[in-house]
Design a protein around this ligand. Sequence first.
Ligand SMILES: Nc1ncnc2c1ncn2[C@@H]1O[C@H](COP(=O)(O)OP(=O)(O)OP(=O)(O)O)[C@@H](O)[C@H]1O
Ligand SMILES: O=P(O)(O)OC[C@H]1O[C@H](OP(=O)(O)OP(=O)(O)O)[C@H](O)[C@@H]1O
Ligand SMILES: [Mg+2]
Length: 350
Amino acid sequence: MSFARTFLPSPSLTNNLSVKFTVKCQSVDGISGRSEIRLGLPSKGRLASETLDLFKLPNLEVWFQRPKDIVQKLVSGDLDLGIVGLDTLSEYGQGNEDLILVHDALAYGDCRLSLAIPNNGIFENINSVKELAQMPQWTAEKPLRVATGFTYLGPKFLKDNGLQHVAFSTADGALEAAPAMGIADAIVDLVSSGTTLKENNLKEIEGGVLLESQAVMVASKKSLVQRKGLLDITHEILERFEAHLRALDQFTVVANMRGNSAEEVAERILSQPSLSGLQGPTISPVFRKVGGVVTPDYYAIVICVPKKKLYKSVQQLRAIGGSGVLVSPLTYIFDEETPRWRELLSKLGL
Ligand SMILES: Nc1ncnc2c1ncn2[C@@H]1O[C@H](COP(=O)(O)OP(=O)(O)OP(=O)(O)O)[C@@H](O)[C@H]1O
Ligand SMILES: O=P(O)(O)OC[C@H]1O[C@H](OP(=O)(O)OP(=O)(O)O)[C@H](O)[C@@H]1O
Ligand SMILES: [Mg+2]
């Protein structure tokens, strides 16, 4: 029996979250041992705060765990759902069939797991994994020394790529320094902007990307099938993720426009390529009293506009007589049922 690590995150992040702060005994008997649904979220590191931003859900017990512990606790049945990087899921899940991807692209935590070698010395003209494998230097006595925290994916990748003489070492933290320190010849680590590699005079090479990663949502298949209420919560979370991700790159634009009728204003708006919105503009009359008579001589129009087209849209609105343009961010756009839900059901054989 082991004890869960629990953390006290900042209160602003945990508004609306039902979080258990007590240290709890973890059950080892999985499905039958408890009635509440458990979600594991990264307790620290770069995935933690953005994940919390996504989770403002009631009726859910949230446990903050280290990413690799989330994967292990899904497998052991101590968590039902979790959010981790695909790299962590692949490294610690090791193809376990009980781990099921609910959402494979949460659009943050983007990075890749990559092999990197020094820019210079014997590696100066080595630009691909194939060339690395063909170097005469690597022998049984003097293998290619690779430093990595990815002790499952790293060796698997190099073996699959025909590198026979390889020795692995693990290290925590600044792996990138290992080659310059003479501890390793190459590294396998996460790369995002490439800055850390550059600072350490390392380069990526052709064929050297093991995995493209971003934050994903994963569930225990066993729990999904057996635990009452879990499928419904998963459905809701999935819908909210999709709606939120869809909303992230859109703005709502509200503007006033003079016109004789809603149809005439609509004609003008639809003549502009950047103003068609998601399904066309919403147009409502703005009533004013002119000479004692209530008249709709202005119309308020509402459209959704992709962020990158915002300025173009404002220009087009002005060109057709729009004024008083208000722009606000969107939180959710609920569209039709997400295909990911149907995919999940079919993976579960439901
Ligand atoms: N440079 C990066 N840019 C974007 N995402 C990253 C980057 N490095 C890591 N990630 C993603 O964030 C996840 C967590 O990494 P992070 O380094 O924040 O965790 P950590 O808890 O600090 O772990 P560690 O102590 O092993 O570094 C990784 O599994 C990966 O999916
Ligand atoms: O390509 P870049 O944008 O430079 O990012 C890559 C670095 O980011 C991660 O480290 P992190 O910042 O999480 O530090 P740590 O894991 O060593 O704590 C990763 O382990 C790399 O060292
Ligand atoms: Mg880190």
